[in-house]
Ligand binder design. Sequence first.
Ligand SMILES: Cc1cc2nc3c(=O)[nH]c(=O)nc-3n(C[C@H](O)[C@H](O)[C@H](O)COP(=O)(O)O)c2cc1C
Length: 152
Amino acid sequence: MKVLVAFDTKYGNTETVAKTIAESIRSVDGIEVTLSNMKKVDFKKLDGYDAILIGCPTHFGGPTRGAKKFVDKLGKTDLKGTKVAIFDTYIKEDFEKSVKELEKRIDEKTPRLQLLIPGLSIQVEDMKGPILENEFPKCREFGKQVVSQLKP
Ligand SMILES: Cc1cc2nc3c(=O)[nH]c(=O)nc-3n(C[C@H](O)[C@H](O)[C@H](O)COP(=O)(O)O)c2cc1C
Protein backbone atom coordinates (compact mmCIF):
# COMPACT_ATOMS: atom_id res chain seq x y z
CA MET A 1 0.00 0.00 0.00
CA LYS A 2 1.28 3.44 -0.88
CA VAL A 3 -0.17 6.79 0.11
CA LEU A 4 0.87 10.28 -1.01
CA VAL A 5 0.07 13.23 1.25
CA ALA A 6 0.40 16.38 -0.87
CA PHE A 7 -0.04 19.78 0.73
CA ASP A 8 0.00 23.46 -0.12
CA THR A 9 0.97 25.92 2.61
CA LYS A 10 1.93 29.53 3.16
CA TYR A 11 2.82 29.59 6.86
CA GLY A 12 3.40 25.88 7.57
CA ASN A 13 0.20 24.95 9.42
CA THR A 14 -1.24 22.82 6.62
CA GLU A 15 2.14 21.10 6.38
CA THR A 16 1.87 20.27 10.09
CA VAL A 17 -1.62 18.83 9.52
CA ALA A 18 -0.24 16.80 6.58
CA LYS A 19 2.64 15.53 8.75
CA THR A 20 0.30 14.52 11.57
CA ILE A 21 -1.93 12.61 9.14
CA ALA A 22 1.12 10.99 7.51
CA GLU A 23 2.52 9.86 10.88
CA SER A 24 -0.82 8.35 11.82
CA ILE A 25 -0.94 6.37 8.56
CA ARG A 26 2.71 5.39 8.85
CA SER A 27 2.11 3.84 12.26
CA VAL A 28 0.31 1.00 10.49
CA ASP A 29 2.54 -1.82 9.23
CA GLY A 30 2.79 -2.26 5.50
CA ILE A 31 1.81 1.24 4.44
CA GLU A 32 4.37 3.48 2.78
CA VAL A 33 3.65 7.20 3.06
CA THR A 34 5.22 10.00 1.03
CA LEU A 35 4.78 13.54 2.31
CA SER A 36 5.33 16.29 -0.25
CA ASN A 37 4.64 19.90 -0.98
CA MET A 38 2.31 19.69 -3.97
CA LYS A 39 4.61 21.98 -5.94
CA LYS A 40 7.23 19.23 -5.89
CA VAL A 41 5.00 16.32 -6.90
CA ASP A 42 6.14 14.56 -10.07
CA PHE A 43 2.95 13.70 -11.96
CA LYS A 44 4.80 11.05 -13.96
CA LYS A 45 5.40 9.07 -10.77
CA LEU A 46 1.90 8.83 -9.34
CA ASP A 47 1.12 5.39 -10.77
CA GLY A 48 1.93 3.31 -7.74
CA TYR A 49 -0.15 5.22 -5.19
CA ASP A 50 -3.32 3.63 -3.80
CA ALA A 51 -4.41 6.97 -2.35
CA ILE A 52 -3.54 10.63 -2.72
CA LEU A 53 -4.48 13.00 0.10
CA ILE A 54 -4.65 16.66 -0.90
CA GLY A 55 -4.56 19.51 1.61
CA CYS A 56 -4.44 23.29 1.45
CA PRO A 57 -5.11 26.45 3.46
CA THR A 58 -8.34 28.38 2.84
CA HIS A 59 -7.63 31.60 0.95
CA PHE A 60 -10.43 34.05 0.11
CA GLY A 61 -13.16 31.61 1.05
CA GLY A 62 -11.87 28.61 -0.87
CA PRO A 63 -8.94 26.39 -1.77
CA THR A 64 -5.65 27.92 -2.90
CA ARG A 65 -4.97 28.33 -6.60
CA GLY A 66 -2.20 25.76 -6.27
CA ALA A 67 -4.59 23.14 -4.90
CA LYS A 68 -7.14 23.75 -7.65
CA LYS A 69 -4.40 23.44 -10.26
CA PHE A 70 -3.17 20.25 -8.62
CA VAL A 71 -6.63 18.66 -8.91
CA ASP A 72 -6.97 19.81 -12.52
CA LYS A 73 -3.59 18.27 -13.34
CA LEU A 74 -4.62 15.01 -11.68
CA GLY A 75 -7.60 14.98 -14.01
CA LYS A 76 -5.26 15.08 -16.98
CA THR A 77 -3.25 12.02 -15.92
CA ASP A 78 -4.31 8.53 -16.92
CA LEU A 79 -4.61 7.41 -13.29
CA LYS A 80 -7.57 5.13 -12.71
CA GLY A 81 -8.99 3.90 -9.44
CA THR A 82 -6.63 5.88 -7.19
CA LYS A 83 -8.53 7.01 -4.10
CA VAL A 84 -8.50 10.66 -3.04
CA ALA A 85 -9.22 12.49 0.21
CA ILE A 86 -9.11 16.20 1.00
CA PHE A 87 -8.14 18.28 4.01
CA ASP A 88 -7.98 22.03 4.63
CA THR A 89 -7.10 24.61 7.26
CA TYR A 90 -9.21 27.70 7.99
CA ILE A 91 -9.81 30.46 10.52
CA LYS A 92 -13.14 31.54 12.02
CA GLU A 93 -16.21 30.48 10.06
CA ASP A 94 -14.92 28.89 6.88
CA PHE A 95 -15.20 25.31 8.17
CA GLU A 96 -15.06 22.78 5.28
CA LYS A 97 -15.36 25.45 2.58
CA SER A 98 -12.17 24.43 0.78
CA VAL A 99 -12.80 20.73 1.42
CA LYS A 100 -16.25 20.91 -0.18
CA GLU A 101 -15.03 22.94 -3.14
CA LEU A 102 -12.13 20.60 -3.84
CA GLU A 103 -14.34 17.52 -3.46
CA LYS A 104 -16.72 18.99 -6.05
CA ARG A 105 -13.76 19.69 -8.31
CA ILE A 106 -12.57 16.09 -7.95
CA ASP A 107 -16.02 14.90 -9.08
CA GLU A 108 -15.98 17.24 -12.04
CA LYS A 109 -12.37 17.15 -13.21
CA THR A 110 -11.10 13.75 -12.14
CA PRO A 111 -14.07 11.42 -12.65
CA ARG A 112 -11.82 8.34 -12.73
CA LEU A 113 -10.68 8.95 -9.14
CA GLN A 114 -13.04 8.31 -6.25
CA LEU A 115 -13.20 10.00 -2.89
CA LEU A 116 -12.12 7.61 -0.16
CA ILE A 117 -13.59 9.32 2.93
CA PRO A 118 -15.20 12.72 3.65
CA GLY A 119 -12.69 15.55 3.99
CA LEU A 120 -11.13 17.02 7.12
CA SER A 121 -11.23 20.72 8.03
CA ILE A 122 -8.80 21.94 10.69
CA GLN A 123 -9.05 25.28 12.48
CA VAL A 124 -6.08 27.55 13.07
CA GLU A 125 -6.17 30.37 15.61
CA ASP A 126 -5.08 33.18 13.30
CA MET A 127 -3.61 33.75 9.82
CA LYS A 128 -0.24 32.30 10.80
CA GLY A 129 -1.63 29.73 13.20
CA PRO A 130 -1.15 27.96 15.45
CA ILE A 131 -3.40 24.97 14.92
CA LEU A 132 -5.92 24.71 17.78
CA GLU A 133 -4.68 21.99 20.11
CA ASN A 134 -7.96 20.07 20.07
CA GLU A 135 -7.66 19.65 16.30
CA PHE A 136 -4.68 17.27 16.40
CA PRO A 137 -6.66 14.17 17.43
CA LYS A 138 -8.92 14.77 14.39
CA CYS A 139 -5.84 14.63 12.12
CA ARG A 140 -4.75 11.33 13.65
CA GLU A 141 -8.27 9.92 13.40
CA PHE A 142 -8.42 10.97 9.74
CA GLY A 143 -5.21 9.01 9.09
CA LYS A 144 -6.71 5.95 10.78
CA GLN A 145 -9.89 6.24 8.70
CA VAL A 146 -7.83 6.41 5.52
CA VAL A 147 -6.09 3.19 6.52
CA SER A 148 -9.28 1.39 7.48
CA GLN A 149 -10.90 2.24 4.14
CA LEU A 150 -7.82 1.28 2.13
CA LYS A 151 -7.01 -2.02 3.81
CA PRO A 152 -8.92 -4.94 2.35
C1 LIG B 1 -4.29 35.57 1.41
C2 LIG B 1 -5.01 34.84 2.52
C3 LIG B 1 -6.41 34.76 2.49
C4 LIG B 1 -7.10 34.07 3.51
N1 LIG B 1 -8.46 33.94 3.44
C5 LIG B 1 -9.10 33.18 4.36
C6 LIG B 1 -10.50 32.96 4.27
O1 LIG B 1 -11.18 33.44 3.39
N2 LIG B 1 -11.08 32.16 5.22
C7 LIG B 1 -10.36 31.58 6.22
O2 LIG B 1 -10.94 30.85 7.02
N3 LIG B 1 -9.04 31.78 6.34
C8 LIG B 1 -8.40 32.57 5.45
N4 LIG B 1 -7.05 32.77 5.55
C9 LIG B 1 -6.34 32.15 6.67
C10 LIG B 1 -5.73 30.86 6.24
O3 LIG B 1 -6.70 29.86 6.12
C11 LIG B 1 -4.64 30.47 7.22
O4 LIG B 1 -3.60 31.42 7.08
C12 LIG B 1 -4.13 29.10 6.90
O5 LIG B 1 -5.06 28.13 7.31
C13 LIG B 1 -2.81 28.82 7.52
O6 LIG B 1 -2.31 27.70 6.85
P1 LIG B 1 -0.82 27.68 6.33
O7 LIG B 1 0.03 27.93 7.52
O8 LIG B 1 -0.66 26.27 5.81
O9 LIG B 1 -0.63 28.70 5.27
C14 LIG B 1 -6.37 33.48 4.57
C15 LIG B 1 -4.96 33.58 4.58
C16 LIG B 1 -4.29 34.24 3.58
C17 LIG B 1 -2.80 34.33 3.62
